[in-house]
Design a protein around this ligand. Structure first.
Ligand SMILES: [Zn+2]
Ligand SMILES: [Zn+2]
Length: 598
């Protein structure tokens, strides 16, 4: 978006954006008070706040912000009206030229209008289309957040400006809420918690975006995957395994080679060096592989749908700048499945896939979600493969199934995959942030590319329809979501360590080992903390590790075959017989409860 277009945007501002943009004008006035020679660029409303870009004689520091804020409060309290005028272009050019406002002059020169909008409040005048609030008093509680560098027009060959970010809300409560959410988001950052909870490692010794998992992280992903695997089997899916390598020819048949190549790692030479078709590719997608498996067998209409599922690690050459912790990686493990079916089974299979997805969300307590129905852009048909009639049929059956389920949905024109329309599930975590997880994609085109068949009731060959479907999306990304959603305090059934046994003194280690063996035999993941630390320090450390149960054992417990149970929520359950503890926790694990104690 060019700066001119961004300025034009202000005419569509919501009341909240209008107020935030007004705060940007007030901030600019305050900055001009401190630096009369400041040159101003632009100051739009943005998500959660506003900014203004300045060309200043010196670098700002965080210590400057309270001073600017204080001056802003004076302006707000002055109730100065925002006055609007239209100036002839020449007058505006002359005014900003005389005031050495080179960026404003450049903006006006790029406008085609004969008249330009001017807004003033108190001592401040700005080029602006508006609208604004009526007076400065109507600007709600605000806070300046930080200073960052920003190139004029985002162009590295133009001057580097200083951007001050601020946030503003209608009420103090909303501002406090927002600041709390920010702080909480930092505490919950999965990269930070991933280190602290010893889950995963991103090492300089490996390519960027290729995480490695420590024992606790591996346990977590194993539990997550086992759960989806069991659920998929219940829903009639069969698991397959298709390795990490493919050939270019396979990806030419699927047409990914022509549409997806940028996201693939460079090809490796194959057996026959001469032929590109026989070169090897690191698998970026499972579809062509599952299709090849389907094609290797004869299929009768009676056995459809065939549902192949796989936890497959895929390799995608994501741009380095877009990689973030586990949320976007170059080796991602998809809980991917492909359903091959008769055309009359589309609705039923789509329902089946939705039910499976919703069951998994329910288990994790992710109750806030909506779906995006992604359709093709009818203006850009050349970007998609397949006939019009095929697309229309696919799009209307997806829409029908979504409506029949009563799901909240939005339509995204131009968001479809190149081979067919899709439904994406957008999940909001505990802080209200959205994550794209599950996807269900209908595909009338790949069966065509691969000439797939099944034998119909009439004994003739017919073409099946496909669904591509992922429940949690990628294990890595979903793990990032779970870490941040639960702030690392996972439900017991997926907690890497479920109980930490803490002997009070060395003489209790033997009994602690007996308890450990009993818990392990009962399928509870437990460890012993035998370090020479004080008991309270051990309890605190286990709590920091978000381990659900701390089991303190001393003389009394050893005599009574019991453990003193402390929950990570700090509740002290006192002494409980070992057998009773196992019974209670086993029930919580079995039912995948999100509670800590019955
Ligand atoms: Zn403005
Ligand atoms: Zn697929």
């Amino acid at each position: 978006m060019t700066v001119e277009v961004e300025l034009q945007e202000s005419i569509n501002y919501t009341p909240l954006q209008r107020m935030r943009h007004s705060a940007a004008h007030i901030m600019a006035e305050a900055v001009l008070e401190i630096f009369p020679d400041a040159r101003l660029a632009i100051g739009p409303a943005i998500e959660d706040g506003f900014y203004y870009d300045f060309d200043l004689p010196r670098a700002l520091t965080p210590e400057d912000l309270p001073d600017i804020e204080q001056r802003m409060h004076r302006i707000v309290n002055g109730s100065y009206p925002f006055k609007h005028e239209m100036w002839p272009r020449e007058k505006a050019l002359q005014y900003f030229g005389e005031h050495s406002q080179a960026y404003k002059v450049e903006l006006i020169e790029n406008l085609t209008d004969q008249e330009v909008g001017i807004y003033t409040q108190d001592t401040f005048l700005d080029l602006c289309r508006g609208p604004h609030v009526e007076n400065t008093r109507q600007v709600g509680p605000f806070k300046l957040m930080r200073v960052a560098g920003a190139y004029w027009r985002g162009d590295e060959h133009r001057p580097m400006l200083q951007r001050i970010y601020g946030t503003a809300w209608f009420t103090q409560e909303e501002l406090d809420q927002y600041l709390w959410r920010l702080e909480e988001a930092q505490k919950r950052d999965h990269r930070k918690l991933g280190r602290e909870l010893k889950l995963f490692v991103l090492s300089e010794e490996l390519p960027a975006g290729v995480p490695m998992f420590l024992p606790r992280g591996e346990t977590l992903r194993h539990e997550m995957e086992t759960y989806v695997r069991e659920t998929q089997e219940r829903y009639g899916y069969q698991h397959v395994w298709t390795s990490h390598l493919g050939k270019v020819r396979l990806y030419k048949t699927s047409k990914h080679w022509y549409t997806y190549r940028e996201d693939m790692f460079p090809i490796m030479k194959g057996e026959q060096e001469a032929s590109e078709d026989d070169a090897y590719v690191l698998k970026p997608m499972n579809c062509p592989h599952h299709i090849t498996l389907y094609k290797s067998q004869m299929h009768s209409y009676r056995e459809l749908p065939v549902r192949y599922a796989e936890f497959a690690t895929l390799y995608r050459y994501e741009k380095a700048g877009t990689l973030t912790g586990l949320a976007r990686v170059r080796s991602l493990t998809q809980d991917d499945a492909h359903v091959f079916m008769r055309p009359d089974q589309v609705q039923q299979e789509f329902d089946n896939a939705i039910n499976l997805t919703l069951e998994v969300f329910e288990t994790y307590g992710l109750s806030d979600y909506w779906v995006r129905l992604s359709l093709r852009d009818p203006q850009k048909k050349e970007e998609y493969i397949g006939e019009d009639a095929v697309w229309e049929a696919a799009e209307s059956s997806l829409r029908e199934a979504t409506e029949n389920k009563g799901l909240k949905y939005e339509i995204g024109i131009g968001e479809a995959a190149f081979y067919g329309p899709k439904v994406d599930f957008m999940v909001r975590d505990a802080l209200g942030r959205e994550w794209q997880c599950s996807t269900i994609q209908l595909d009338f085109n790949q069966p065509e590319n691969f000439q797939l068949e099944y034998v119909g009731e009439d004994g003739q060959a017919h073409r099946p329809v496909m669904i591509h479907r992922a429940v949690t999306g990628s294990t890595e990304r979903f793990m990032a979501l779970l870490i941040e959603h639960f702030a690392g305090a996972f439900p017991v059934w997926i907690s890497p360590v479920q109980a930490m046994i803490i002997p009070i003194a060395d003489r209790h280690v033997e009994y602690a080992n007996n308890v450990l063996a009993t818990l392990k035999a009962a399928g509870i993941r437990a460890e012993i903390d035998t370090r020479g630390e004080r008991m309270n320090a051990k309890i605190r450390d286990a709590q920091m590790q978000k381990i659900p149960y701390m089991l303190v054992v001393g003389d009394k417990e050893a005599q009574a075959d019991a453990v003193s149970v402390r929950l990570r929520s700090n509740v002290d359950l006192k002494s409980i017989p070992v057998a009773k503890f196992i019974e209670g926790v086993s029930e919580i694990i079995k039912t995948k409860s999100r509670e800590l104690w019955p």
